[in-house]
Write a protein that binds this ligand. Structure first.
Ligand SMILES: *[C@@H]1O[C@H](CO)[C@@H](O)[C@H](O)[C@H]1NC(C)=O
Ligand SMILES: *[C@@H]1O[C@H](CO)[C@@H](O)[C@H](O)[C@H]1NC(C)=O
Length: 421
């Protein structure tokens, strides 16, 4: 970013220059309220140097991989009051001069806003699904998680300008037919919505369903086995923009969340060529492969590993909470697995990229944003787990946070949402 209006604003607040953006930012972080008047109302700087030395650092039994870290000089309330957290000046280009975050809906305990956010540009609607494995939802074995949608045209600028706009937007249930059983992931595919279902018990195999994005929401299963063997519990997918193949992850969450039998396949990443029918391994060596997304030019693929969360085995904080990056060869094979980012709190779950190649991850405190080198740029902070989120073209994003549904405006543009392939 050039020395612009932005750096002038920040300079006025934190007495910093363009090249030393965060110097003395600690004053801004904890500074007197008057200092904040010229910073956009929903933005704050988090200066990591203010907590490199804490003097008293709690043991792992207290500060574990799920613990929400409250930097000195902040509170949970102050972090939420200005939810766009700048860790690096590159984040300014992503959020733009006036980002907003709006609560659209809330439930007391039912995790209705969990996963599979997918934008249907035809009607400007965002679809998403309930948590299939959460006890509070009663889903999984007893009944399937549901698909829902909201109309984004209902989120007017007047709605988006509010922090709490509950009740402004109708959340509608989508009755897929035949039903997508325990959906967890979704992407745009050939004008349809492609859902990944985790399956149910040992009779209903995990499957990939194409769903008509308009009523009657009829579905067609396009894959439900590997040479006659059930997948474990299909989780998420992304299209390789160079060859159009569907790359998808298959961890064992259905089993460790009590609605699928013990797994019969390794935890791995697969690829599916719908035209030829070929299903093949893309990569293994994962604990719980989860979110997956290609870079905008298709040269890399990012895969999240949420191994830290082991369902009924509990959490194991020595297991991955990690995003890996591979090179994607011309023939679609994956090479050069590289450790891209390790996140806290929680795990990196849903992954998406913007048109510049920055990587967004749904994590334990909201959406964390990394540049293509794996540097943390900033966060859209919700103070609790966001398993996934999705761009709706340029400048708009829906953030799912289990019992909360948020809408964000920012400057960045999603790389793939709405791309039909
Ligand atoms: C939905 O039904 C229509 C009409 O029969 C059909 O053309 C279309 O392929 C179906 N879509 C899916 C995803 O099953
Ligand atoms: C975590 O996993 C390691 C390696 O398998 C194991 O030794 C350890 O006991 C596990 N910890 C917990 C808390 O389950």
């Amino acid at each position: 970013m050039a020395c612009s209006r932005w750096s002038l604003i920040i300079t006025a607040v934190a007495a910093v220059g363009c090249s030393l953006f965060l110097s003395d930012a600690s004053r801004a972080v904890g500074g007197p309220p008057g200092d904040w008047d010229s910073i956009p109302p929903q933005v704050q700087i988090i200066d990591q140097r203010t907590f490199n030395v804490l003097h008293t650092v709690p043991p792992p039994t207290e500060a574990d991989g799920n613990a929400q870290f409250i930097p000195p000089g902040t509170t949970k309330e102050s972090l939420a009051a200005r939810p766009f957290h700048i860790y690096d000046k590159e984040f300014l280009d992503i959020i733009g001069p006036h980002p907003t975050l709006t609560l659209l809906a809330h439930t007391d305990s039912d995790p209705l806003f969990h996963e599979a956010p997918v934008w249907y540009p035809g009607k400007d609607e965002m679809f998403f699904v309930q948590n299939a494995g959460a006890k509070a939802a009663g889903t999984g074995l007893a009944k399937s998680a549901i698909i829902q949608k909201i109309s984004l045209s209902a989120v007017t600028p007047a709605v988006a300008s509010q922090r709490d706009a509950r009740g402004s937007v109708k959340v509608e249930v989508v009755d897929s037919n035949p039903m997508v059983v325990n959906p967890n992931g979704a992407i745009n595919y050939k004008g349809q919505l492609l859902f990944l279902g985790e399956g149910q018990g040992d009779k209903t195999a995990p499957a990939m369903y194409l769903m008509n994005p308009e009523a009657p929401y009829n579905t067609t299963v396009i894959l439900d086995n590997f040479f006659g063997r059930q997948f474990n519990s299909l989780n998420d997918a992304s299209i390789n923009p160079r060859n159009g193949e569907i790359y998808f992850t298959d961890p064992t969450y259905g089993y460790v969340q009590d609605f699928r039998p013990p797994p019969g396949l390794p935890n791995q990443v697969w690829r599916f060529n719908e035209a030829t029918g070929a299903v093949a391994i893309a990569a293994d060596g994962f604990n719980m492969p989860n979110g997956i997304t290609f870079s905008p030019d298709g040269s890399h693929v990012y895969v999240a590993d949420t191994g830290m969360i082991q369902g009924f085995f509990g959490n194991n904080f020595t297991f991955p909470s990690t995003i890996y990056r591979f090179d994607v060869n011309e023939d679609g094979t994956l090479d050069n697995r590289r450790t891209f980012a390790y996140v806290t709190p929680g795990v990196p779950d849903g992954l998406h990229v913007d048109t510049k190649g920055n990587v967004y991850a749904g994590c334990g405190d909201g959406v964390q944003v990394y540049n293509p080198s794996g540097k943390l740029l900033g966060k859209i902070y919700v103070g609790s787990t966001s398993a996934n989120f999705q761009f709706a073209g340029k400048g708009r994003m829906v953030v799912l946070a289990e019992t909360e549904l948020y809408y964000a405006t920012l400057a960045a543009e999603g790389a793939f949402p709405g791309k039909l392939y």
